[in-house]
Design a protein around this ligand. Structure first.
Ligand SMILES: [Zn+2]
Length: 367
């Protein structure tokens, strides 16, 4: 199936009232404002939440060279539910929202125990810094996507696969991708998430990664799909030699320079340029791994073996051997663990990891 222009224009004409933003789809509202920040570099923004909304995804954007971050989120009763200081000092990864960047996003709720959204004016505290991380003044574009879906056990995720560098003309690559997407679907099906796919192609120069670089092409790609789409872009290579890289964790659903997962085709096909069964399986798991970063998951353990995700049910381990033994079969393990006689499956997720995926604003009620 190919994305059609008709779908997008229907979404654009359904406009809501100004105060509550724009209705961007059934059970989905996009609220935007520009926060003008003065010299002390901080500002509180009031964010209207309505009673039937279950998931929030805030995205903040600033022009270079400034950087922005989320300092806190408070509920309608003034209770602080997210404070970046708690997470920036611990060696536990929960979200990238607290780390200054040109584009950052915060999803809420994140984990199963987080207090849910409820009606009222929530408060977002924003911090703006310059390239030397000194507080500064300037405008911050604030976008908040709010979606209805109180079913945390099942849902649907829309994914657009975008071929670049002419890869859509390589039949062997396209067939390998189709087989890998079946692996990705099975991994997500096991977590109660049905993946719906569309296929697009993009012409132009080689794309920079959606993180650390500023690649405007991702804005254009994301602007041409329905609002709840995650974009998986196939390029010949990912700069830096990665198998794949996610734009952020969580990643934004509005069009930004980080609104993509990028996957490297040449690395996926191996030195012979032809997919083996094992390479197809690894590509499928790589897509699932990177999309799961985009939906908010971190590695259960980082390669320093001392930094962990914040989820209680992912094992703690303290060196390469014990981590491989305890969590090597997890989808979010940071290394592909192939050995001479094959690649053991890396497709497991814990209940806490599943809970994070189910809470992402782009995982919608199945209809
Ligand atoms: Zn990873």
């Amino acid at each position: 199936m190919r994305w059609s222009l008709v779908q997008a224009s229907v979404l654009l004409v359904v406009a809501g009232c100004r105060e509550l933003g724009e209705v961007v789809g059934e059970g989905a509202r996009l609220w935007t404002t520009t926060a003008n920040i003065t010299l002390d570099g901080k500002k509180q923004v009031s964010l209207p939440v309505r009673g039937d909304e279950d998931s929030l995804l805030v995205t903040l954007e600033v022009p270079p060279p400034n950087l922005v971050h989320v300092r806190s989120l408070s509920d309608a009763d003034g209770e602080v539910v997210f404070d970046y200081r708690r997470w920036s000092r611990a060696q536990l990864n929960l979200t990238n929202a607290g780390f200054p960047a040109r584009v950052v996003s915060l999803g809420w709720p994140i984990v199963a125990d987080d207090p849910g959204l409820h009606w009222g004016d929530w408060t977002l505290e924003i911090g703006l810094v310059d390239a030397d991380l000194r507080f500064t003044d300037g405008d911050v574009q604030v976008s908040a996507l709010l979606t209805d879906d109180d079913d945390r056990e099942s849902g649907t995720l829309s994914v657009a696969f975008v071929y670049t560098d002419g890869l859509e003309l390589d039949d062997d690559f396209v067939q390998g991708v189709q087989a890998a997407v079946r692996v990705f679907r099975e991994v997500y099906q096991a977590q109660g998430i049905e993946v719906r796919t569309t296929v697009l192609s993009h012409t132009g120069q080689q794309l920079a990664p959606p993180v650390r670089e500023v690649e405007p092409a991702y804005v254009g790609i994301a602007a041409n799909t329905p609002f709840d789409t995650v974009h998986v872009v196939f390029s010949e290579i990912v700069q830096g030699g990665f198998a794949g890289i996610a734009g952020d964790s969580p990643g934004p659903l509005i069009p930004t320079t980080r609104s993509a997962v990028q996957i490297g085709a040449w690395l996926a096909m191996g030195v012979d340029g032809v997919f083996s069964d094992r390479e197809v399986a690894v590509l499928g798991e790589t897509i699932a791994h990177e999309v799961s970063h985009y939906l908010g998951l971190f590695h259960p353990v980082e390669l320093d073996w001392v930094t962990f995700d914040a989820l209680p049910d992912t094992p703690a381990c303290d060196d390469a051997a014990s981590c491989l033994a305890q969590v090597g079969s997890n989808l979010m393990y940071p290394l592909i663990t192939c050995v001479d006689d094959g690649c053991p499956p890396q497709n497991e997720l814990t209940p806490d990891q599943r809970a994070v995926l189910q809470r992402y604003a782009g995982v919608r009620e199945t209809k």
